[in-house]
Ligand binder design. Sequence first.
Ligand code: XMP
Length: 507
Amino acid sequence: MEKILVVDFGSQYTQLIARRLRELKVYSEVCPWDELPALDEVQGFILSGGPETSNIEGNPTINESILNLNKPILGICYGMQVLAFQEGGSVENEGKKEFGYAQVSLQNKSSLFSNLDKNLDVWMSHGDKVTSLPDGYETVAVSDNSPIAAFENSEKKYFGLQFHPEVTHTKKGLEIIDNFIKECDVERRWTEEDILKTIADEVDTKVQDGKVLLALSGGVDSTVLASVLYKSLGERLICVMVDHGLLRKNEAQNVVQNLAEKIGLEVNLVNAQDRFLSTLKGIKDPEEKRKIIGKTFIEVFEEQAKNYEDIVWLAQGTIYPDVIESAGNSKSKAKVIKSHHNVGGLPERMNLKLLEPFRMLFKDEVRKIGKAIDLPNEIIGRHPFPGPGLGIRIIGEITEERCEKLREADHIFLTELKKHDLYDQASQAYAFYLPIKSVGVVGDNRIYADVIGLRSVETTDFMTANVSNLPNEFIQHVSTRIVNEVGGISRVVYDVTSKPPATIEWE
Ligand code: XMP
């Protein structure tokens, strides 16, 4: 399929560029600057921002094969600077950083800005800037701090922007990206029907008349995947869901019932609650908990799979951000903050082939697919839930009693969010358990009991997140319900820390 390739120089916004292109129905892939894929169907390039300085020896550069292809190029921030530098211009660091909102003013006509006003509100985040242009280039826009805030070489169709059109803070950013797409002469075929057809073709070609095993977590990705695969495979799809005792209230039953009622798919539910809780007894360290949960999950799943010996394929709901993150180049690879639990070790151990039909999709695309195949909003609009579940939302030791209390508190919080139409505004909301004692009065009695915390965040990519601005009365109402109804809880607190510096989960 024709595409625009996003070349990653290590910007935190790189994935966002690919998502914007896909919103505009153009297929796009992300690749590290030093590991290019085959370029035959690439109709244009967007060079991302990045943390480096473009005129220092040894820093990331644009591969010559891109420049030799005679396709349109849009350089953003570092991408703009490195384009200018390699084409013969100069870039300087004056020690001043420009970060946040800025206004750019158009000086010359450019197809990149067609149908836009002369003055635009944009988002800047840079230290270096282009100070002289290569031959054949002209300045298109200026800002107070950047005398060259946008440039173009109209003959080559090379463009540069000092600001970030991919972030929503740049008000006309999507229009600018749309104008670049028009320069690329690329087909706009990335629609739900096309995605579904591409997936069905892949499943047909690979699986043929084989059987597929799917580890269902109940989250959006694996549930939509189960539904999509069920359409192609019918009874040849076997779904297994392991209840590790760390799920939300009624979670396992709801998932099983929903899939049976909504699409007629039967899920094999494995009850392994006691096994997980006894293996986790006495463990307090978050990373150790994660590892135990991951390892026990694999053991349980492997045992179950022995019942289905004629299976060749293991399907996983891996999505594109996981693929990009694990393939990132050494310079842009983010530090591992937490070891995420997934079923990654399973295929080799069980001698199964891996089927990952969503590996090129972003989460919002998975949701769109879910919508296109008529899955109800209560499935596709669900907040993400981590593999280790409540295990990383109970600080310190996990006990059955703590799980029960947390399940109730979380249920109250989520039910109230839905009742007050606040659930869909939040990207992820949950309750967590703090095993610290505080004093309270209930009726005439003093209590000395543990604390429940509430967290709700808004984010598009889960890499950064803002705290939801929930009304005070609402939080107080939820708090009253939790203290009155859960029992053994003395107070409720609301977490007001954004990410960074905090992470979304507590552990
Ligand atoms: P953090 O806490 O890293 O979370 O800001 C970002 C997103 O990842 C989810 N998360 C996990 N998901 N296994 C998962 O499947 C994990 O171990 C895990 N830890 C965090 C988290 O819920 C949020 O959506």
